[in-house]
Design a protein around this ligand. Structure first.
Ligand SMILES: Cc1ncc(COP(=O)(O)O)c(C=O)c1O
Length: 348
């Protein structure tokens, strides 16, 4: 089994990371942590990649930086460029911090469902946030209305740059060269399964690309939301942000995974709550969905299996949803007692 450095002590870790330069230098090399208490089985080893320890608070810092670095390098972004993207969450924050550091204007198209905290973070990072108040009249879809706004902006400002995370190959590339390489190197390539939450499919796709390129037998399990249309799913209501998609993005048409699993909003909450209870880590809703899925599948895993969960963001932006008992009761119709049952018995 791969070795962990000094897991039982609060003394400083034996190796010190070298100094890095600026915000980009602080992205990546996130901790990979062995979780000994989350699963009921002790003969399956679970590791978590803590992506919330990126400077913007999520794994989206990686694709945001790579998409913009490459556009700067080949001249698609110049001193006069405005970067524009439709996002109200982690990608927007990743783009905003990069643009601020490079003195590039960033125009973010969000809609009225944006969380007040994200709006505040984006404004603090200097982004101009354009909040769409009405959905597309024909379909009732906010995403379509936001994309229409982006296209109109691009028509009016020809030197604007749209990273378009849903179609940009630099999105999966950042996880191929970053997230998955770091995991693989830390575990000497001895990994049975990697679980990643999906929306653009950049994370899971980049992991699969790396593993294929290196001839690994590791299975990639895509964890999608019930109610997402990815992988032939049926459109439905879902409340956990970041997980799943309402339309199939171009990147998703180019990927294939060893396995696809779907998780409910309730499952996401249960995974988050159980992780806090057993390990003390506060992670976001999609991370909870990944963990809940691993726990549900753990009885089927071989003895000695090594399993990795990519945990996209922190629970601090979900305090008034996933971690609020009243919200869970009102929106997911789950009492505290039922939630406890779910945390301690995944068959429910
Ligand atoms: C919290 C969270 N989880 C999961 C995802 C899905 O990741 P990807 O777009 O790489 O498929 C996202 C994407 O924005 C996210 O913000």
């Amino acid at each position: 089994m791969p070795r962990c450095s000094n897991p039982q002590t609060v003394l400083p870790r034996p190796t010190t990371r070298p100094a890095v330069v600026g915000i980009e230098g602080a992205i990546g090399n996130t901790p990979l942590v062995r979780l000994d208490r989350f699963l009921e089985r002790t003969d399956v080893t679970l590791y978590a990649k803590l992506e919330y320890l990126n400077p913007g608070g999520s794994m989206k810092d990686r694709p945001a930086a790579l998409m913009l670095q490459r556009a700067l390098a080949d001249g698609r972004i110049t001193a006069d460029t405005t970067v524009i993207e439709s996002s109200s969450g982690n990608m927007a924050i990743g783009l905003a911090q990069f643009c601020r550091a490079h003195d590039i204007r960033f125009h973010c198209v969000a809609d009225v469902r944006i969380q007040p905290q994200n709006l505040a973070i984006l404004r603090a990072l200097g982004a101009e946030v354009d909040v769409v108040t009405e959905p597309d009249p024909a379909t009732g879809d906010f995403l379509r209305a936001r994309l229409d706004r982006v296209r109109r902006f691009l028509d009016e400002a020809p030197d604007a740059f749209w990273p378009n995370q849903y179609a940009n190959p630099d999105n999966p590339l950042s996880h191929r060269h970053g997230t998955m390489r770091e995991i693989d190197e830390a575990l000497d390539g001895e990994i049975d399964m990697v679980f990643a939450a999906t929306s653009s499919t950049g994370t899971a796709g980049g992991c699969a690309d790396y593993l294929r390129e290196h001839g690994r037998a590791t299975r990639v399990v895509a964890v999608d939301a019930v109610g997402s249309v990815l992988f032939g799913g049926r459109l439905g209501d879902r409340l956990i942000p970041g997980l799943g998609a309402g339309t199939v993005p171009p990147l998703a048409t180019e990927v294939a995974f060893s396995q696809v699993e779907r998780v409910t909003d309730r499952g996401c909450v249960a995974g988050c709550r159980r992780l806090v209870h057993t390990e003390g880590f506060l992670v976001g809703g999609s991370a909870g969905g990944v963990l809940h899925t691993i726990r549900a599948l753990s009885p089927t895993m071989r003895s000695g299996a090594v399993v990795v969960a990519v945990l996209p963001d922190s629970g601090t932006r979900y305090l008034d949803t996933v971690f609020d008992d009243d919200w869970v009761a009102d929106r997911l119709h789950l009492s505290t007692e039922q939630l406890c049952d779910l945390i301690f018995d995944h068959r429910r």
